[in-house]
Write a protein that binds this ligand. Structure first.
Ligand code: NAP
Length: 494
């Protein structure tokens, strides 16, 4: 295998500097039980530090603090909210080296990718600073001419924000940006594997001028036990969740009781289609990006690669060669392009999914065996001839594994692409404009990448259809997830 694995790993100074407690009502506080849990470095499996483990009582205190702060958040002028976000944007850029090192330590991604995520995360703050001052309304004459309609938008109220571990900073700013821009106080709960980036962001938001209680943060190991009473209390009016479809379904049920507004950014199973008229080098580059960003641990990751039968062998050869050249190692290593998976469970899952595909007849073009040693490393892998019955046709791989399957024509490609309960993103590579548009219209996904392997952009509406979610984050409409529309009818007898 030409993937090389380096062994060095370093603990950045910011791990010690970052607060480890709960942030409630504007102050850092220990968990009432005094309990903590460990955060591990996925490159070594060693403990980085311990953070506070909130109880349901702590969750309730955080929620009460947000409720108390809601009037002050709503009373900030649009410009004041925009200025907080703009200052936070500047601070993220000023501290990018430290924040990237912190993210690599807790999540494993290579430093260059961590820097890229800080830039991406900061962009949500800048984008929503712009949206804060553009919240619009309307004025209308009633059809009968006997009344006037005033239409205005107000913050939805206190928001609960739950984020996953794969983009520790960006998944937070993608929610906090619009929440603050809309004037919503919030409680955020990052994933237990990667709480440090959000803990660092809290200090930045404070420095940027956020009112006490405007954002509260809890970290915990019993997410269900802590969050469920908060959701069912009805004190929050909004839940914005990013994570698996399985957990999203549970949360939707809980939200139903008090009819909370919900935004659900859930799982994906992205099809990546390559037609025989595509530029194969561009398609290979796109596939490497769509597959290997974040070590394949992305909801947008190409999960099923379908290639037209006339070019699949050549595509497979070129993709396997490019994947085999990638350097695997701790994210802090020089030239490392592929870091470790997040934890032992992720490594086991990827290993099992590859074994399952091979048992059902797939061939390994490169990779295919865990690298062993310290940390949770799996090599870039390409499989050909992956049959429909393979588990990875239905399940998110969330690892650096590219499964190839042939298709014959457009109808075949559409049927394969849509044969999933998910509908987050799809990718189509073709040089035929009409075919590209036909495919984009026929594939059931919230986003489509045409001849490009990365679609995420804070200025574009991100989100899925089918069981990939509800609502959109980013773009001009992202702030609407945190706003209610109010109509005021004014009698105007003729
Ligand atoms: P997850 O297991 O669903 O967890 C996501 C978050 O929810 C974590 O903070 C988790 O905390 C918390 N959680 C779990 N059970 C909960 C419950 N009963 N009540 C309240 N909170 C609960 O997902 P993950 O493994 O962290 O992330 C990977 C998944 O996220 C993938 O499916 C991926 O596709 C999806 N994702 C989607 C997007 C998108 O924009 N559509 C973006 C990124 C990731 P604990 O870990 O403590 O349980």
């Amino acid at each position: 295998m030409s993937s090389s694995q380096t062994t060095q790993s370093a603990r950045p100074a910011l791990v010690d500097a970052v607060p480890k407690d709960l942030f409630i009502g504007g102050s850092w506080q220990q968990a009432t039980s005094g309990k903590t849990f460990d955060v591990l470095d996925p490159a070594t499996g060693e403990v980085l530090c311990a953070v506070a483990d909130a109880s349901p009582e702590d969750g309730r205190r955080a929620l009460d603090a947000a409720v108390a702060a809601q009037p002050a958040m709503a009373a900030l002028s649009p410009r004041q909210r925009a200025d907080i976000l703009t200052r936070a944007f500047d601070l993220l850029h000023q501290r990018i080296d430290d924040l990237a090192a912190l993210m690599t330590a807790e999540m494993g991604k290579p430093l260059a990718e961590a820097r890229g995520e800080i830039v991406y995360a900061a962009e949500f703050l800048r984008h929503f600073a712009g949206e804060a001052v553009r919240i619009d309304g309307g004025f209308q004459v009633s059809p009968a001419g006997d009344a006037r309609f005033l239409i205005t938008k107000q913050p939805v109220g206190v928001a609960l924000l739950i984020t996953p571990w794969n983009f520790p900073m960006a998944m937070g700013t993608r929610k906090l940006g619009p929440a603050i821009a809309a004037g919503c106080a919030s409680v955020i709960k990052p994933a237990p594997q990667t709480p440090l980036s959000m803990l660092a962001l809290i200090d930045i938001l404070r420095e940027a001028g956020l009112p006490d209680g405007g954002v509260n943060l809890i970290t915990c190991t019993d997410a269900g036990g802590v969050l469920e009473p908060m959701i069912r209390s009805g004190l929050a009016r909004k839940l914005s969740f990013t994570g698996s479809t399985k957990v999203g379904r549970i949360l939707l049920e809980q939200c139903a009781e008090k009819v909370l507004r919900t935004s659900m950014e859930l799982g994906g199973n992205a099809p990546f289609l390559v037609f025989d008229d595509a530029d194969l080098d561009e398609a290979v580059t796109g596939a490497v990006q769509a597959k290997m960003r974040n070590m394949g641990e992305a909801c947008t990751a190409a999960n099923r690669i379908y290639v037209q039968s006339g070019v699949i062998d050549e595509f497979g050869r070129r993709l396997a060669a490019r994947m085999a050249e990638l350097t695997v190692g701790p994210g802090t290593g020089d030239g490392v392009q592929v870091g470790p998976l997040i934890d032992a469970a992720a490594l086991t899952k990827v290993t099992e999914l590859v074994q399952d595909a091979v048992d059902r007849g797939a061939s390994v073009l490169t990779g295919g065996v865990p690298l062993g040693g310290r940390g949770y490393f799996y090599p870039p892998t390409v499989l050909s001839g992956v049959p429909r019955e393979a588990r990875m046709s239905d399940e998110e791989i969330f690892g650096p594994v590219a499964p190839l399957t042939p298709f014959e024509d457009e109808d075949d490609a559409v049927a394969l692409a849509n044969d999933t309960e998910f509908g987050l993103v799809s990718y189509v590579f073709t040089n035929d404009l009409r075919r590209a548009l036909r495919m984009a219209e026929r594939i059931e996904s919230g986003m489509v990448g045409l001849n490009q392997g990365v679609v995420s952009n804070p200025a574009a509406p991100f989100g899925g259809v089918k069981q990939s979610g509800l609502g959109r984050e980013g773009g001009a409409i992202g702030i609407d997830e945190f706003l209610e529309t109010k109509y005021i009818g004014i009698a105007m007898p003729k």
